[in-house]
Design a protein around this ligand. Structure first.
Ligand SMILES: NC(=O)c1ccc[n+]([C@@H]2O[C@H](COP(=O)([O-])OP(=O)(O)OC[C@H]3O[C@@H](n4cnc5c(N)ncnc54)[C@H](OP(=O)(O)O)[C@@H]3O)[C@@H](O)[C@H]2O)c1
Length: 266
């Protein structure tokens, strides 16, 4: 155990624990001495993960898009003595506006935006009583740069970014540290084959989940803030904020390629 880690001996609720980034975070947090409360929908996958991790960890299978299962998860986490929350569960979608289905709209808004806010809301009274609590919301670079084909995904992450920013400021007089972490593309099952192919065609870098987990854990030892991961993407976030027409022009050149991969009506 790393005694100097802010996660040592902390009880951390990790959503999306069985996914690409979730597994990498779980392994590195376990190595840092955290006690993990793992959650996702698949019980067998949670059991298998818990058995692979060093140290005793607990898990709770729940579909967090359902209010009753989410409440049961929170009741369990509070009873387990939660002092940290990592909102990592998420759903991706590469689809053009006008071709996104209503179920996709509902699922992305729920899992990527409503659920993290709801978990913060329900757990905050407990977290505020801890001596050193942490909330880490996993967003995306696409929450800060509107990308064709990712309008819905980007909208959910933009909402999470702004929520996290306000929450961090609201809790700046408390002992709850709030981080928003926005990776660029990561090689995980969240990306469809079309997303992988599009990123290859456009020359977009994809990080490994292990690399991202290492960076997130390291950055979360610094003062709370929004963290953008990947170079030059973090520079593009700034350019997009200051001179969006430059980014409009660059993405206009990629539009035909993006439409080829994201389009459903050929
Ligand atoms: N991959 C990327 O390119 C990328 C880039 C930037 C940011 N991110 C963000 O990183 C985070 C992790 O993504 P990932 O790439 O690791 O995704 P992933 O491999 O697809 O894993 C998603 C995780 O979320 C869980 N999950 C999904 N829907 C759920 C639901 N309704 N209830 C409970 N659990 C649910 C899944 O488990 P079950 O299916 O068993 O429920 C799984 O553990 C997400 O917030 C994502 O937006 C990803």
């Amino acid at each position: 155990m790393n005694q100097h880690s802010r996660f040592a001996a902390k009880t951390i609720l990790l959503s999306g624990a069985t996914g690409g980034l979730g597994r990498a975070l779980a392994m590195q947090l376990a190595q840092a001495g955290a006690k993990l409360l793992l959650t996702a929908r698949s019980q067998p996958a949670l059991l298998q993960l818990a058995e692979q991790l060093p140290g005793p960890h607990s898990y709770f299978a729940a579909d967090i898009s359902r209010a009753t299962e989410r409440q049961a998860l929170c009741d369990w986490a509070i009873a387990e003595g939660v002092d940290g929350l990592i909102n990592n569960a998420g759903c991706g979608l590469l689809a053009l506006a006008g071709e996104q289905t209503e179920p996709e709209l509902e699922q992305l808004l729920a899992v990527n935006l409503q659920v993290p806010i709801s978990l913060c809301n329900t757990l905050l009274p407990t977290l505020k009583m801890r001596s050193d609590a942490v909330i880490i919301n996993i967003g995306s670079i696409l929450g800060s740069i509107g990308l064709p084909g990712s309008s819905l995904y980007g909208a959910t992450k933009a909402g999470l970014q702004r929520y996290s920013e306000a929450l961090r400021r609201e809790l700046s007089d408390s002992r709850v540290a709030v981080f928003y972490c926005a990776p660029r593309a990561i090689a995980t099952p969240l990306n469809s084959e079309a997303s992988f192919a599009m990123n290859r065609k456009l020359g977009n870098a994809m990080d490994s989940p292990d690399q991202i987990a290492t960076t997130i854990i390291k950055q979360c030892h610094k003062p709370p803030r929004s963290i953008y991961l990947g170079w030059p993407e973090k520079l593009f976030v700034r350019i997009n904020a200051l001179a969006p027409r430059l980014v409009d022009g660059a993405l206009r050149k990629q539009l035909a390629t993006i439409k080829r991969f994201a389009g459903r009506t050929k």
